[in-house]
Design a protein around this ligand. Sequence first.
Ligand code: NAD
Length: 481
Amino acid sequence: MKAAANTNTVKTITTHYIDGEFIESHGREVIDVISPTDSRVIAHVTLGDEEDARRAIAAAKRAFATYGTSNPEERAEILRRLHKAASVHIDDLTAAMVEEYGGVVRFAGPIVESGINAFLAAEKALHEMEWTRHWDKTIVTLEPVGVAGLITAWNANVLFMCLKVASAVAAGCTVVIKPSEMSSLQARVLVEALHEAKLPNGLLNVVTGLGKTVGAELVRNPDVAKISFTGSVGVGETIMRDGAATMKRVTLELGGKSPTIVLDDANLEEAIPAALAMAFLNSGQACAAGTRLLVPNKRLDAAKRAIADAMCAFPVGDPADPKTAVGPMVSQKQYERVQSYIRKGVEEGAEVLVGGEGHPKRLEEGYFVKPTVFVNVKNDMTIAREEIFGPVLSVIAYDSEDDAIRIANDSNYGLHAAVLGNDLSRARRVASQLRAGRVVINGMTDDPQAPWGGFKFSGVGREYGRYGIEAFLEPRAILEV
Ligand code: NAD
């Protein structure tokens, strides 16, 4: 699959951002960044090692001595500077996401915007929080937890970096970020932008490297008080276990297998396109993707027809084309993972309604897959239980409202859910019985002040707004006799 590199466009990154400057990597390992769209080598990145991580942690520790005593107004000012610095580069950030990750521009643009807006959302939340409470002879203040290690996934790296930095900085923490090694270019564009905010040295540090080196050092280092992580369940478990030795506070944003319940009064012409948009969100590489579609048995045939009709609104192709809904998978490994689940679905007896194995026609070059919808899926099949992280939707039929709620909740995950129906009070009643951190009614929507995070294996803790800031705080009570 590897095509010859176009040397005119190959970028080279050899530095990390530590103590307010870009410094040469101590780690020597170099990786190629491959374009998912056409398999070209587009960059060489030198990865950091444990020593780079330790340097960054030491810088963050020095900076915390001062920044940890800042007041909310000083932190609000820092957040406004970060917002301003990042806003100038919205197009560069979007372009990097499209190029490095193959994120479709129609998703990448809004996701970058919501990352940048996270700074202002954190500022708003910060002003609304009660930082000091007192009664009788007791005063309770909210104190920053200390140096925070921020570890991100590749599928919306700029959003995760901005969100985590915004919450940590609002709380008064200094940070070391380890972006996904698969997001090195996107991380670099963002760090260069944030450098323009002229923050105090050491407040923000970024070391690109592998999880098993840089990430593991953040998790085990006693000078890091908190890990905020976005990624897979397996790595989340490792972080929880290894972090215990230094009593790390952890926020874990993990995977999902989100249900979308179509109620029997739903208008299918609206509900099915909305459900497909949630399933194929970010080319299916989204933790919140609605990958289990629960349809009333008595409307199954109509739902199948509506799905087949609506698929033309989800073309696969060049992620830079605004008309494209589904871009390539991020890597060859991810391409193969999606193929293996499609095969598994067929082996276990599910029926392919649209899509199937292999590349779509005329898209053999990059890591493109066919958006695939399975019907006749039972909720105990592998494709209904495991996170595929690709554009693969399982349609599951249900008999009654209670049955739909039972199937929706019968999952190890509990990150996101959706309810689609005409009777709003009924949709709300169903939503209130779903075991998920976020439930949306009648389509995908967002609120930067509403908590984001999961029940069960979808994680621990919450991000966004005041909930995200609280995750970086410790209450301290002072009591007088
Ligand atoms: P991943 O777990 O493989 O990697 C995530 C990050 O952890 C990377 O930066 C990686 O280098 C690092 N890492 C790996 N091993 C480590 C270790 N031992 N110690 C410390 N850090 C380590 O996940 P991924 O493939 O990058 O992302 C996909 C997963 O992320 C999916 O499961 C998806 O659902 C999840 N995700 C969740 C959310 C959410 O908000 N809940 C958002 C996006 C993605």
